[in-house]
Design a protein around this ligand. Sequence first.
Ligand SMILES: [Zn+2]
Length: 317
Amino acid sequence: MKESFFRTILGDKPISEMGLTYAHEHIIIDDCYVTAGHPEFLLNDSKKITDELQNFYTAGGRTVIDTMPVNAGRNPILSAEVSQKSDVNIVVPTGIHLEIYYPKNHWRYNLTEDQLTDLFIADIEEGIDKHDYSSPIIERTNHKAGLIKLATGNEKFTKHQEKIFRAVVNTHLATGAPILTHTNFGNQALEQALLFEKLGAKLEHVVLSHVDRNKDLNYQKSVLDTGVKIEYDSAFRWKKDDKNWTFFFLEELLEKYPNQITLGMDMAKSAYWKSYEGGPGLTYLIDTIPKFLKSKGLSAYYQKIFFDNPKELFSFF
Ligand SMILES: [Zn+2]
């Protein structure tokens, strides 16, 4: 049998080459509507990004899952360049982000479910448009998308969001590409999982992000009980006078749900990057998680969180 693969910006690789993986990152956010409103999100300095990725590689990191979907700052040429220079595998998504990151009259609202599906499939099977769908002329690169993203907010899903869900699951089933979502502070995570299940998605290839922002342990369990994977990325974000909820959930949940938890940094602001003179920097998890796990007698789960779970999740099926 052919070994499973994951789809990086530089081509398909066997999952044995995935190595230590961060499951929710922002490596490139180029000039776009998002950065016009949020200049602090701009991440397009090739040298600085390469430096940070090289440090990640030196610390043992091998793969990062980038999470900016269509028309929200992708630059496949730049992603390929920093991957080549740093030797870090980068997986770049297709799919669509939160409504706030697009103008009110954006084409996302007018395209049909089938048209969106076709667009996402083309990103995965043909190559990402050089202009990231910001121009009427589409010029596909040979850099393909390796996952599909969607995002919901705090409220019950809208009809528009349900259309996106269907297009994302259609793409997932047609291509075998994995799915990653944004949840707002963990809200609607259970509803996301249940809708994916209803639409027939393969839940072992679906990951819901930022779920550790919801402080309810029972809620975490009910999401995990659906079989979906989750991603935590707030370990470094909790204020000093609060509990580190991310660490608390790891301690409470790893033994019962060893195959479903992944970690990331979600460093969407340049202020989090060491190479942009900020912190804590991309190596933070590699530097802190092994010590934390050891202190709790949970070292055996290091392999699960950073290697085995991302492999199962981000491989094509
Ligand atoms: Zn993010």
